[in-house]
Design a protein around this ligand. Structure first.
Ligand code: ACO
Length: 516
């Protein structure tokens, strides 16, 4: 006969929550709390006004009880330091990928991912994209309010009069390989821009220049917003083998960008108003998205008090990845690889087998439709009226329809994100695929600067320095190379580059020995 495992009734103890000292109490038979409980157990519940908005933590290792305040639906990670084990080691919170950790207080952008709501400084994205302009939205994000007419004129003047770049910076972009990825050029040139302004370099001008000197901070905001389109346009012109166009006054921010991109020799060239407006709307939609990967990188790098050019370069590098701003490029490559509507079922099956990813779908925050995707899908047709329909739109729409009726995607709450349709607009407008992440980076600079400036104003700011759980070797003693065992794993087998490096070294050693 199979013996049923016997579950022993849990012993009950009464513990002093501050010292952890405990003594057993008899478990009265049949006393239980909660329906279905089979063994006696008590939970001590704090009551009264002071217990409201707190978390009671019982450390079962020590029997100690801690009261942790809850503010804004959040507990402070440092409050858990007091929860110590018997060796005095404080408790840490583990959250790889910041899935459920807030790292900043911010008044810039609000997202309700379940309801599909996105607001900049309280203004719904739908209203801003319909009624505002990118430059006005940049002002709103950075300074907190919509500008008055005078404030906007000053801001526009400052930004548009900082569009020129140093000739050496232009030469730097010229020095890239003809087929260099424009995002790599963008990142490198942005970082190089920091070297042209010693007065804005904290290493030379003082570590607190950006926390103390608001004028300098503003100057860098004007410079970076002004120069970002010029640097981006120069990367494109270099790529297509045409001379760079100098920035033009009297055009809007987006018109000037399109002018620098497209002007050849036509007198009085002005970008098509529908296309300029469409790009402006796309810029508004991409301007900020609270603490996404690149904005978190901007705040992280900025927390060391480095200059904002270097921080923008780092944030742009974070944006470049295919899981973030590189997704718009990846979406179009995916749609091209699918090719036609009849190939969609096979593609969807390969996603469900985890062989492929449905790029432009899914989001860490949105568990419903990304509101930006709704606006972009509509915008696509306005652009197609001018430039002609992009044939891949048919594949995209059918892919969306199939995914949104498939249990794999619905159960995981995967919906189209901002990148699903934006790439098709950029493609229809004639931008090369590898330029798409740059088109994302230009407007996101406004959000990065808004977060950087907000962080510079934070009185209790600290350098960002997360903790780790060390899982490596314990202390061990150095072994001289001649006493180490040869292993099967050789670098030369792991990478070709390493093997070619080895060949170079041996050929150099051969020359040195006079053998070659
Ligand atoms: N295609 C197929 N399955 C997906 C996708 C997708 N695009 N996105 C998420 N999933 C699945 C995951 O495999 C996972 O399934 P599982 O629970 O069975 O393992 C589940 O959905 C949850 O996904 P996570 O990767 O854990 O979600 P996370 O929040 O970490 O990632 C991300 C979000 C990176 C955006 C992800 O959805 C993704 O890779 N999407 C495609 C890339 C993309 O479009 N990026 C642009 C995002 S928007 C922006 O940055 C501007």
């Amino acid at each position: 006969m199979v013996q049923q495992p016997q579950t022993k009734p849990r012993e009950l103890v009464v513990a002093d929550p501050t010292t952890g000292a405990s003594c057993p109490i008899p478990a009265p038979n049949g006393v239980s709390k909660g329906q279905g409980a089979t063994h006696a157990s008590f939970v001590v519940l704090p009551t009264g006004e002071s217990a409201r908005d707190t978390l009671t933590v019982l450390d079962n290792r020590t029997n100690k009880v801690y009261t942790i305040p809850i503010t804004d639906g959040t507990v402070k990670a440092t409050d858990f330091r007091q929860v110590q084990d018997t060796s005095g080691e404080g408790l840490r919170l583990f959250d790889a990928g910041f899935v459920n950790t807030a790292v900043a207080r911010s008044k810039i952008t609000e997202i309700d991912g379940a309801k599909g709501i996105l607001r900049y400084r309280g203004y719904p994205i739908e209203q801003l994209s319909e009624k505002s302009t990118f430059l006005e939205v940049a002002y709103l994000l950075i300074y907190g309010e919509l500008p008055s007419k005078g404030q906007f004129d000053d801001f526009e003047y400052e930004v548009m009069h900082h569009t020129y770049v140093h000739v050496k910076l232009a030469e730097l972009e010229q020095s890239f390989q003809y087929d260099a990825h424009p995002m790599g050029m963008f990142i490198a040139t942005m970082a190089a821009a920091s070297t042209f302004d010693p007065s804005g370099n904290p290493a030379l001008a003082g570590s607190d220049i950006y926390t103390k000197d608001r004028k300098l901070r503003n100057k860098q905001i004007f410079r970076i917003l002004g120069k970002v389109t010029t640097i981006a346009a120069m990367a494109y012109r270099h790529r297509i083998g045409r001379p760079a166009n100098p920035p033009q006054q009297g055009l809007s921010y987006t018109e000037n960008f399109l002018y620098m991109m497209d002007h050849l020799s036509e007198p009085g060239f002005r970008p098509h108003p529908t296309l300029a407006r469409a790009l402006d709307v796309l810029f508004i939609l991409h301007a900020d998205h609270e603490l996404n990967c690149s904005t978190a990188a901007m705040r992280h790098i900025g927390s060391s008090l480095v200059d904002p050019y270097s921080a923008v370069a780092g944030a742009a590098a974070a944006l470049y990845g295919p899981l973030h701003g590189g997704a718009n490029e990846a979406v179009v490559r995916m749609l091209e690889s699918i090719g036609t509507v009849d190939k969609i079922p096979a593609f969807i099956e390969s996603v469900k087998r985890r062989e492929k990813k449905l790029m432009g779908f899914g989001h860490r925050i949105y568990t419903s439709y990304d509101p930006r995707a709704t606006i972009i899908r509509k915008l696509a047709y306005e652009v197609f009226e001018v430039v002609g329909t992009e044939p891949l739109i048919e594949v995209a729409q059918e892919l969306e329809r199939v995914a949104l009726t498939d249990e794999y995607f619905t159960s995981r709450k995967l919906y189209p994100n901002v990148d699903f349709y934006s790439g098709l607009i950029y493609k229809a407008m004639g931008f090369p695929l590898d330029y798409f992440p740059v088109l994302f980076a230009i407007p996101r600079v406004a959000g990065w600067l808004a977060h950087w400036s907000e962080a510079m104003d934070e009185p209790n700011a600290k350098i960002w320095r997360p903790r780790q759980i060390y899982c490596g070797e314990a202390r061990r003693d150095y072994v001289p190379i001649e006493h180490r065992a040869e292993t099967d794993v050789r670098l030369t087998e792991m990478t070709k580059t390493a093997s070619s490096a080895r060949r170079r070294i041996s050929s150099w050693e051969g020359k040195k020995a006079g053998k070659l």
